[in-house]
Design a protein around this ligand. Structure first.
Ligand SMILES: [Zn+2]
Ligand SMILES: [Zn+2]
Length: 339
């Protein structure tokens, strides 16, 4: 199958604006405004403003519009998961990526070959989005945010148990969980609910809009109250969610003895947790860890793997060792929002 990758590379190319499908004349997650963009999900390093036309799941279209208003794109075209669309000379469909609500892999077929662009993905269960679908292909373009063997994420339920144990241990303190507004905040809420925590949760104003959108799109989050409405005393023993930066700014002074909690795949790296002033580090990732990345590369049975977005070298080395052709794409402008 050595001719396959060369063939796909003739119609799927890396340009200064990102990955470009020449046979369909569109970009995937372009790093700057383009005439026609297919967007895998709503994180800022994938969904940029100013495109003329955007094709994405209905959820991603709604998230982009909530975040950017009319700047999201001149025309927003929703495509349901699994529905196939003809664009130019290619057929395209979106398959769930399991990363955040609305997240999708882009499946493109042309000239008898299939390429899959994973976008950000994970294989773990997540109550806030549709689970990852494995799509076999000739060329698999994978993310690699946690593409090193040291990254092995523990089960999310165990991390949530550690949070609840700490809340019990320090009833006079307020647990301040740093979460990104899209995906992580709602997942932490949903995991707490799944663990049986049905007390109100308190949110920073910056999280309100997307939490409300998730609920409108059918993801139940239980009682969420604005921190702004509460007295300091009333927040003792409570769990507050806020953007990670809020722990270190004036805003946090309204909280009683806040205990800073980190919730990200990076929390497995002790130096990172320390550097962010985190007292309780929860390893909660919305990205595939090393085992999920390598398992997926094996299971898609692609002849070639293109690695983007993170620690590319180790994954390229893994794929090469497995007898596959592999290359690092080094796309510009990815900064891991919501890891
Ligand atoms: Zn993402
Ligand atoms: Zn990303």
């Amino acid at each position: 199958m050595t001719s396959v990758p060369a063939t796909v590379a003739s119609w799927l190319k890396v340009t200064e604006s990102g990955l470009y499908c020449a046979a369909g004349d569109f970009y995937i997650d372009p790093s700057r405004a383009v005439p026609r963009a297919v967007v895998t999900h709503g994180h800022g390093d994938h969904a940029r403003p100013g495109h003329q036309a955007v094709l994405a799941t209905a959820e991603t279209c709604a998230i982009m519009t909530a975040r950017m208003g009319t700047g999201a794109g001149d025309s927003m075209q929703p495509l349901a998961l699994g529905e196939t669309l003809r664009i130019g000379n290619v057929s395209l469909r979106l398959a769930p990526a399991g990363h955040v609500l609305g997240s999708a892999q882009v499946v493109i077929e042309h000239g008898g070959h299939r390429a899959v662009i994973s976008g950000d993905y994970k294989r773990r269960a997540d109550p806030t989005c549709t689970p990852f679908e494995l799509v076999q292909c000739d060329v698999f373009i994978t993310e690699a945010t946690f593409g090193l063997p040291v990254f092995r994420h523990p089960p999310a339920a165990l991390e949530i148990e550690r949070l609840l144990a700490s809340v019990e241990r320090f009833p006079e303190r307020c647990h301040l969980v740093g979460t990104y507004a899209l995906g992580k905040a709602q997942r932490v809420v949903a995991l707490l609910r799944a663990a049986g925590y049905d007390e109100p949760l308190y949110i920073h104003g910056a999280l309100a809009k997307l939490c409300a959108l998730y609920e409108r799109l059918g993801v139940a989050l239980g009682p969420l109250l604005p921190v702004a409405d509460m007295t300091k005393e009333a927040l003792a023993g409570r769990i507050v969610l806020a953007p990670p930066s809020a722990a270190n700014d004036r805003w946090a002074r309204r909280l009683p003895e806040p205990l800073p909690v980190g919730a990200s795949g990076w929390m497995g790296v002790r130096a990172r947790a320390r550097q962010r002033g985190v007292e309780l580090a929860l390893v909660l990732s919305d990205h595939a860890d090393w085992d999920e990345l390598t398992q997926t590369i094996s299971e898609v049975e692609a002849a070639e793997v293109w690695v983007t977005h993170g620690r590319e070298d180790a994954l390229v080395h893994f794929a090469t060792g497995a007898g596959l052709a592999a290359r690092a794409l080094s796309l510009a402008g990815r900064e891991e929002e919501g890891a």
